[in-house]
Every structure is written in C-alpha cells, then in structure tokens.
Design a protein around this ligand. Structure first.
Ligand code: B12
Ligand code: SF4
Ligand code: SF4
Length: 308
C-alpha cells in the first residue's frame, strides 16, 4: 500500500509548481554506469572534464550520498509558447535560456520541499540536485516513471514533450517507489537524427564534440576548424527538440513567468547583437543561464556566425 507520506510528498511537489514527480529507489542498472564509461572512453564528453572527475558518483548514486534510500525525481515545464521565429534577429538562442536561470528557480522550490519534509520527518537528510550535481538525471527520471529517453537523448514526457527541466531530491528515508517508464514511444521516427545539422546524434547517443549546444555553451576558446558550424545559434541549440513530434503535438505553455523570453531577446536585431558590449551583456543576462558563456563566449559565438 502506498504510504500517505509518499502521496503527500507528491502533492507538495505539485503544489510547488512541478508538473512531473516520481519516486524511485537508488539502485541502478550497472548498464547506466557502463554507458557513461563508454561515452567517456570514446571522447564523446569533449572537454567536459568535470564529468570525468566525478564519473564514479555520476554512475552510482551511493558513491555520492551513501545513505540514500529514495530519490524524488521532478520535472518542470519551460515551454514559453514562443518559437525561434518570434526572435527578430536571425540569431537563435535556445528556449531554455530565454528567461531566468532554471537552476536557481528550481533549487529554491526543492529546498522548500526539503524544509517542509524536515517538519514532517524528524532528522531526515536530503540533497537537492538540479543539473550540476554528479547525477544522471535522465535515466533517473525514467526509472521514476516520468518518461523515456528519446533518440535525441533528452527525456520526453507524454504530456509535456521534452520541454521540461529535471531535478531531484536524494533522501535517506525509504518511500514507496513508482514503476519505471518502460515504453519507447519514439517508434520508427528519426526526425531528430535527420535534422541535426552536425550529425552529433546516433540513436540514443550523442557525441558532444559535434553538438552545437556543447560548442556554444561549454567549449572554451576558439573553435577547432572542423567543428565550428553553429548554424546561427549563439547559445545552445533546440533543433532536435523543435522537430520532435512529441513537442509539436503535446507541448503545453508554462505558467512560470520567469521562463518567458526577455524583451530584448525577442526584439534585438542582428545589429544589436553585433554591437553588444559587456555592460549590455551584464544587464540583459542578469540571473540568466547565458551568464555561463560569459561575455567573451557569447561574443565569440556571434562573431563565428557573422563571419564563419
Ligand atoms: C552533460 C550535459 C549536456 C552535454 C551532453 C548532452 C548529453 N546528452 O549528455 C551537452 C552540453 C551537449 C548538453 C546539451 C543539452 N542539454 Co544537457 N545536460 C548535461 C548533464 C549535465 C549531464 C548529462 C549526462 O549525464 N550525460 C552523459 C551521457 C552518457 O548521458 P546520456 O546522454 O543520457 O546517455 C545515455 C544514453 O546514451 C543511454 N543509452 C545508450 N544506449 C542506449 C540505447 C537505448 C535504446 C536507450 C533508451 C538509451 C541508451 O545510456 C546513456 C546513459 O544513460 C545533464 C544534467 C544531469 N545532471 O543529468 C543536462 C541535461 C541532460 N541537459 C538538458 C538540456 C535542456 C540540454 C539541451 C536541450 C540544452 C540546449 N537547448 O542547448 C541540450 C540537448 C542536447 C542533446 N540532444 O542532448 C536537460 C535535459 C532535460 C530533459 N528533458 O531531458 C538536463 C537533464 C538538465 C536539466 N536538469 O534539466 N547537455
Ligand atoms: S542540440 Fe543541435 S547540434 Fe546538438 S544534437 Fe540536437 S540538433 Fe544536434
Ligand atoms: S524526433 Fe522522433 S526519434 Fe527523435 S526523440 Fe522525438 S520521437 Fe524520438
């Protein structure tokens, strides 16, 4: 029988604004760890050495939090209802970066959830994770029943498509576990694989070295000559998600105003991007995920598209 605590946790999580929530045990199939190690051994992590450094934790949650007994996996819809065509400029910015930084937004909600839980269960220990912790959030969300990993590798949900951010709370108490999401609803579709302009995808696998999202956000310094194709993207890339039928048919507009596009992102023309100085960057991207590239990185991406 499902305990009332597990039900109340889910109720509270939804009340805090998460559309998707599931609970899973922390014991993972060895296969996840092997896939991660294979990915790294092929060099598909590119220059993301922070993945290599903490690969043992990422591949096995007990290495990260030995007392873990349950994981609450959450998803938050960020589809703003706008499309790349609504941007005046030819330059494109990934939808996830049009508004406020989701790390801060989701973490504050999950800390709230943990604080509430500490009032319900004395001495419970927990860790809040959004993106940056050494955790494989997509396979974890699948294990908690939220959806499946599409051929583009992102987690897709039946009811919101893949425009959802993921997060988790690791807990040292046992709870009732949901069934994993077993179906692969990609079927014979290959739209994302066909649309990726740099051929970064193979079914369910990505070579980050070729991915525009990696190149424009994570890569530091000049681009290697054979890997400098950004196709007008100046921050991130949404192509494989934009073409996905699950996003085209089932996405729902979010009610989170923090994820709505900032006015200048919609209204800046190419010239404005070319003329952007450090002060403009600082103002426009305050509390935005775009801060990650710093001024110099975004400027590099704009120049690469302009001259490349
Ligand atoms: C590193 C990273 C990146 C890297 C590498 C991407 C990747 N696919 O791993 C780069 C910089 C390229 C990147 C890009 C993006 N990212 Co990112 N990224 C991460 C991060 C920090 C770690 C992911 C990871 O562990 N990768 C390691 C590899 C090995 O994992 P994997 O791709 O899941 O590989 C699995 C499959 O290959 C699978 N597999 C192998 N064979 C087979 C066969 C079958 C049949 C199946 C089903 C599976 C399967 O096994 C592997 C292990 O499970 C996560 C946050 C987190 N902590 O998890 C966010 C995360 C995955 N990113 C996210 C987002 C939003 C993006 C972008 C959309 C941003 C953008 N618009 O530019 C793009 C999407 C690009 C893409 N097509 O994946 C979201 C995804 C949300 C979702 N709905 O899934 C996450 C979860 C962040 C978050 N908290 O919301 N990202
Ligand atoms: S984000 Fe863009 S470059 Fe990366 S796999 Fe998807 S379509 Fe390809
Ligand atoms: S575009 Fe097609 S193959 Fe790719 S993730 Fe979506 S449904 Fe799956």
């Amino acid at each position: 029988m499902v305990s009332s605590l597990s039900l109340r946790i889910k109720e509270k999580t939804r009340e805090l604004g998460f559309q998707k929530v599931g609970i899973t045990d922390p014991v993972f199939d060895e296969k996840q760890k092997e896939e991660l190690e294979e990915w790294i051994s092929k060099g598909h992590h590119a220059s993301m050495e922070w993945i290599v450094k903490r690969k043992d934790e990422r591949g096995n949650v007990f290495e990260y939090f030995p007392e873990v007994k349950s994981i609450i996996s959450v998803g938050m819809n960020y589809n703003s209802g706008f499309s790349q065509d609504d941007l005046k400029s030819d330059y494109k910015i990934s939808q996830y970066a049009w508004g406020d930084d989701y790390h801060d937004y989701m973490k504050s909600k999950l800390f709230h959830l943990l604080a509430w839980l500490k009032e319900e269960v004395k001495d419970v220990k927990g860790i809040v994770c959004v993106d940056t912790s050494p955790l494989m959030e997509k396979p974890l969300a699948q294990k908690a029943g939220l959806g499946w990993q599409g051929k583009h590798t992102n987690l897709i949900t039946r009811d919101y498509g893949s425009w959802i951010f993921l997060g988790a709370v690791l807990l040292d108490i046992p709870l009732d576990y949901d069934k994993p999401f077993m179906e692969d609803l990609c079927g014979s579709c290959t739209a994302c694989l066909d649309a990726c302009p740099t051929h970064a995808l193979e079914e369910n696998k990505i070579d980050a070295r070729k991915c525009i999202s990696y190149l424009s956000i994570e890569h530091r310094g000049d681009f290697p000559k054979h890997q400098n194709q950004l196709d007008d993207w100046i921050y991130g890339c949404d192509i494989c998600q934009d073409v996905c039928p699950w996003n085209q048919k089932f996405s729902v507009t979010t009610d989170v105003s923090a994820f709505q596009p900032r006015k200048d992102i919609l209204e800046w023309a190419n010239e404005d991007w070319h003329q952007m100085d450090e002060e403009n960057f600082r103002q426009l991207f305050k509390k935005s995920p775009v801060k990650r590239t710093k001024f110099v990185g975004l400027k590099r991406n704009i120049e690469q598209n302009r001259l490349g």
